[in-house]
Design a protein around this ligand. Sequence first.
Ligand code: ATP
Ligand code: MG
Ligand code: MG
Length: 351
Amino acid sequence: GAVIGILGGGQLGRMLSVAASRLGFKTCIFEPGGDCPASHVANYHFQAGYDDAEALRAFAQAVDVVTYEFENIPTSALDIIETLRPIRPGREALRISQDRLTEKEFLTGLGLQTAPHAAVDSADDLGTALESIGTPAILKTRRLGYDGKGQARIMSPDEAGQALDDMAGSAAILEGFVEFTHEVSVIAARGLDGSVACFDPGENVHEGGILRSTTVPARLTPTQRSDAVLLAARILNALEYVGVLGVELFVTPQGLIVNEIAPRVHNSGHWTQNGCAVDQFEQHIRAIAGWPLGDGMRHSDVVMENLIGDDIDRIPAMAREPHAALHLYGKTACKPGRKMGHVNRVKPGKP
Ligand code: ATP
Ligand code: MG
Ligand code: MG
């Protein structure tokens, strides 16, 4: 049988591995860490660094197709893998999503709305950017940020110096603060044959930059819902994308504004595990394996709650709750801000 190669061994790699094995595939992860969430369920584990060319070649040769669970894979590692096996989603999606500025230029090039923004490489740049964008604003590192890390809010111009210090010399981008009413995301998929399937948009609540919960259905008018799905499809097609993509959106009276895209399965798509016949993880495996996409129809209303840090103390109580599906990542060390699992609370009956 075919072997799916997954770069990264976190919870997304774990849930991709489970979905792949349900479809009869074997999985092989590449992950420097030893005892990681995906290593407990994958068939094979190449435990090596992304600078280990020999291990990368051996990994690629052991699998039929390579995918990934995070977007910050070093280019040098992709260069090696690319000569041996297909990488899905392709490298253009990675290149664009690895840099917030490149990503915004790509999105505006497609005619989509983003937050007002400017590149910031110096104190002078920041001063100029603040003059045109105003406050409140958010300074973000262009690369490697996640869960709100590498971001500094600037409420008034006198906070500029501190915010720039927080970037620790990394290239940054200033974003105007978007006055959204709420946040939603579209989990979208495109198959090898170019077909597109989107899951119903979910409504996301963030706390301290970390996703707290996703609720489906989201509060959207029929027009907003179709706008959200159509713009996700436009992104997929522009990238000739293969796999699942997460598109984070701000809902505003001026329309939908794209916050960012993630070229992978997405935390805000975890509700699909208990709300759809084919969830985002199976959908991703189907796409990269060249299978037909599953239909993303939602059969139930769901609220997904992330279990972060000592939220896990509530697991015994949640285990007694009716209609609550627990998904735990098998992480042994619990730290504040660490995603330990999630719970999908399903509303029985028709959506
Ligand atoms: P992740 O990749 O884990 O979703 P991240 O570190 O890339 O997170 P962002 O998505 O950029 O972070 O920001 C996290 C949250 O901060 C957003 O979901 C939103 O709530 C808020 N936020 C970010 N940028 C803006 C903005 N320009 N205007 C208003 N709110 C923002
Ligand atoms: Mg992000
Ligand atoms: Mg985000």
